[in-house]
Design a protein around this ligand. Structure first.
Ligand SMILES: [Zn+2]
Length: 129
C-alpha cells in the first residue's frame, strides 16, 4: 500500500513540479502588468524554492526505495505483487509476469530492453546512396 503510494508519487513528482512552476509563471506574467511587486516576489521565491523542491524529490525517492526493498527481499514483485521463482536474483530483479525491473537499491531499473546498439539503423541508412 505504502510502497505503491510512494512509487506513484515518485513517478509523477517531476511533472507535478514542472506544472506548478508553469502555473506560477502564468501568475507572474499577469502580475508584471497589474502588480509588479507580485512578479518580483515570485521570481525571488522561485529561486529559493528550487532547493527544497529538489530535496523533497530526493526524500520521496528515498522513501520509495525504502518501501520497495522488503518486497525484493521476499521475492515478490513490487508492481504486480506476484511471487517470483528462482530466477529472481541479482544484479537486476526482473518480474517474470509484468516484466518490471528493479535494482537491488529499490530503484526501477533503467536500461535498454532491446539489446541492440543505439544508432545502428541510422548508420546503415546513411551509408546507402
Ligand atoms: Zn511484476
Amino acid at each position: 500500500m505504502l510502497q505503491r503510494f510512494f512509487a506513484a508519487l515518485r513517478a509523477h513528482y517531476g511533472v507535478t513540479v514542472f506544472f506548478l512552476y508553469l502555473g506560477a509563471f502564468g501568475i507572474a506574467f499577469v502580475g508584471t502588468f497589474t502588480l509588479p511587486l507580485i512578479a518580483i516576489f515570485m521570481v525571488l521565491l522561485s529561486i529559493f524554492l528550487l532547493v527544497p523542491a529538489v530535496l523533497l524529490g530526493d526524500a520521496i525517492g528515498a522513501l520509495s526505495r525504502k518501501t520497495t526493498r522488503p518486497y525484493l527481499r521476499r521475492g515478490v514483485c513490487p508492481r504486480c505483487r506476484e511471487q517470483q521463482g528462482p530466477a529472481w536474483e541479482l544484479p537486476v530483479y526482473r518480474c517474470a509476469f509484468c516484466k518490471a525491473a528493479f535494482d537491488p537499491s529499490g530503484d526501477p531499473h533503467e536500461g535498454d530492453e532491446s539489446g541492440t546498439p543505439q544508432g545502428a539503423p541510422n548508420l546503415t541508412a546513411n551509408e546507402a546512396p
